[in-house]
Design a protein around this ligand. Structure first.
Ligand code: GLU
Length: 374
């Protein structure tokens, strides 16, 4: 059963395939189909935030290119060209419904900084008070690998706590989740309701990018995990179907139940899902056991290696000897300091660093165990 009783704020994420023709040109009829449904939700009293892809695709269309250029500056230039065009079309189509829209472009850095997060929250609320639809995309014209989110399924999931949305609708060109790739397996079954994204559900996505019929499904399922842990529902619908977005509230697509996840507090949720790890700390088996099974702090003695550049207060991945990510946490020390004290006893920290601000490299309260390890 889809429980929609608590839903007031909805994020709708639209992929390029739901806005563009095969040649990358923005198709106004397709786009209008999306906008008209957002207008319906808006009229029904829901606050709607739109996360829209299509900047690069539309830039390619305008420049008459049939494949993406290989250099970063050219891709970024196309995003800049396309984003402006995209917004022009959105403005024109929203005006049909007497609605206005606004553009917000983000990178992952904006989610790592508490002040910017608060700013984003305030801006979105002010837009909502004006009755204006915020349209969000990655700032593709400026984002480099180190600071970018990379895909809009993840970007829209990151927006859930900022918008305080109770539902995220991913509009794609697939019907939802199947138990296997329906294009190659005739026994593939469609799932209209997923209670919890566990290992079995994850396995239905196949290897990322390999299964045609479930393209991008791994990212979508990770997004579901992230938002469900925050207590938010998610639904994947096929944008090519009539009224699919509005009908997500009834029976369309695959619904991922979020009502079980409310127990995860904001800080562990931020550590586990929304922050970007700036480095990693590899630990031995004894340390792994203490962290995973006894919820202990990470002490220098169990550390065998350290990677990346991080400072005090930044998030790092905790890795086991097999290279598996077992947990994430907020480090009390910078990477250079961790390198100097790794393998040592806590009592030796001071003699090496000439200060001993913390006994733990990561305190147990700032560690979140990865779901697979529980
Ligand atoms: N931000 C990209 C664009 O607007 C799309 C990313 C995605 O589709 O996931 O072109």
């Amino acid at each position: 059963m889809r429980d929609i009783s608590q839903i007031k704020r909805i994020i709708v994420k639209v992929g390029s395939s739901s806005l563009c023709d095969a040649n990358g040109q923005i198709n106004k009829e397709k786009t209008l189909n999306i906008i008209s449904q957002i207008a319906t939700l808006h009229r029904r009293g829901y606050m709607v935030v739109l996360v829209s892809s299509g900047a690069v695709a539309s830039g390619m269309g305008i420049m008459g290119l049939d494949h993406k250029p290989s250099t970063l500056p050219k891709k970024q230039a196309l995003a800049a060209i396309g984003q402006a065009h995209l917004m022009e079309i959105f403005e024109e189509l929203f005006a049909i419904y007497n609605m206005k829209c606004a553009q917000i472009l983000l990178t992952h850095d904006d989610f790592d900084d508490r002040k910017r997060l608060l700013n984003m929250f305030n801006t979105i609320n002010a837009l909502s008070e004006y009755g204006v639809i915020p349209i969000i995309n990655e700032n593709d014209a400026l984002a480099t690998d180190e600071i970018k989110v990379g895909d809009n399924d993840t970007l829209s999931a990151l927006m859930v706590p900022v918008v305080e949305a109770q539902l995220l609708i991913l509009v794609s060109d697939i019907d939802g989740l199947y138990t296997a790739n329906p294009q190659i397996d005739e026994n593939a079954k469609f799932l209209s309701y997923v209670d919890k994204v566990d290992k079995k559900i994850m396995s239905y996505a196949g290897d990322a990018g390999s299964a045609i019929g479930t393209g991008g499904m791994t990212t979508k399922l990770k997004a579901a995990k992230m938002v469900n842990a925050f207590g938010t529902h998610m639904c994947i619908v096929n944008g090519n179907k009539e009224n699919a977005i509005v009908n997500a509230l009834v029976d369309e697509g695959t619904w991922f139940n979020g009502s079980k996840g409310k127990s995860m507090k904001a800080r562990p949720h931020w550590i586990a899902y929304r922050s970007k790890a700036k480095g990693s700390i590899t630990v031995d088996d004894g340390c792994k056991n203490a962290i995973v099974n006894h919820h202990r702090s990470l002490l220098p003695g169990g550390i065998v290696d350290v990677d990346g550049h991080f400072t005090h207060g930044q998030v790092v991945d905790i890795i086991d000897l097999q290279g598996r990510k077992i947990a994430r946490g907020i480090s009390n020390y910078a990477n250079e300091e961790v390198r100097l004290i790794k393998g040592l006893k806590t009592s030796q920290i001071e003699s090496v660093l000439h200060h001993n601000d913390y006994d733990e490299v990561i305190h147990a309260n700032n560690i979140v165990i990865m779901e697979e390890e529980k």
